[in-house]
Design a protein around this ligand. Structure first.
Ligand SMILES: C[S@@+](CC[C@H](N)C(=O)[O-])C[C@H]1O[C@@H](n2cnc3c(N)ncnc32)[C@H](O)[C@@H]1O
Ligand SMILES: [Mg+2]
Length: 239
């Protein structure tokens, strides 16, 4: 596999057919070079696919990025909005110390059941709570319970609710909390001011709200790879 991917780049006579093929090949090359075989994560993807879940989880290298971000800030409490089969959850949970906690919010009971199985397979169940239901209800409950602030919040659920997820994230943060928002570029459609697409419009409202919020400092990155053309926002709560 690695040899085949390398040959795509070493042989000018066989360039990848399209830019997307090239991003995918480069992603595969970097993944095979940088990420050791990981039976628990591979199994999680297989279980999710067999259960019929959509393959909309982060890529392996994006999962590693989340893991490194969590580790580099010494996160002890992580909140994830959007669990799916628990793939990003495993990456994030593995960054926690043994007494760390990750709360992940999921609407779909079938997704939550698959995630439960995958988290057990990866040996991280003890550190993870799945809260089933609409994320907006779960977030309100977390705030009511006066939970200690989270160190890292990963927003990766329904896009029209991103602005509301940001408001709750601020409430559940402290200065120093890192908020990571996935899928902000929408294949480039984020620059369309009248797209008529609820996901694009939600994301634009989210980015505009973030831009106007004086308590945070934000970077936004476009990404290409096995998950196509998209991007992340990295938002640091400063006050
Ligand atoms: C993109 S997937 C999450 C992928 C996951 N973070 C990963 O990378 O492995 C989004 C998930 O959010 C869930 N979701 C959608 N709307 C939701 C809502 N209102 N409340 C909670 N979860 C929701 C979907 O069921 C889906 O499982
Ligand atoms: Mg995503």
């Amino acid at each position: 596999m690695l040899r085949r991917i390398k040959s795509l780049f070493s042989s000018p006579s066989s360039p990848p057919a399209t830019p997307a093929d090239q991003w995918t090949a480069v992603d595969a090359y970097l993944t095979s070079l940088l990420l050791p075989a990981d039976p628990a994560l591979d199994q999680a993807l297989r279980v999710s696919q067999t259960a019929g879940l959509p393959a909309i989880q982060v890529s392996p290298l994006q999962g590693k990025l989340l893991h490194l971000l969590a580790k580099s800030i010494g996160a002890r409490r992580i909140l994830e909005i959007g669990t799916l089969g628990g793939y990003s959850t495993i990456w994030l949970a593995r960054a926690l110390p043994p007494d760390g906690v990750l709360i992940t919010l999921e609407l779909d009971p079938k997704h939550a059941a698959v995630a439960r199985e995958n988290l057990a397979g990866a040996g991280v169940s003890e550190r993870v709570e799945i809260h089933l239901g609409k994320a907006l209800d779960s977030l309100a409950r977390l705030a009511e319970e006066n939970q200690p602030p989270f160190d890292l919040i990963f927003i990766d659920a329904d896009k029209p609710n991103y602005p509301a997820y940001f408001e709750w994230s601020l409430k559940l943060s402290r200065p120093g909390t890192l908020i990571v928002a996935d899928n902000i570029i929408r294949k480039g459609r984020i620059i369309e001011s009248h797209s008529g697409d609820a996901n694009v419009e939600g994301m634009r409202r989210f980015l505009e709200r973030v831009a106007g919020e004086p308590r945070v400092s934000t970077a936004a990155l476009q990404t290409v790879g096995s998950k196509g053309y998209d991007g992340f926002a990295l938002i640091l709560v400063e006050q």
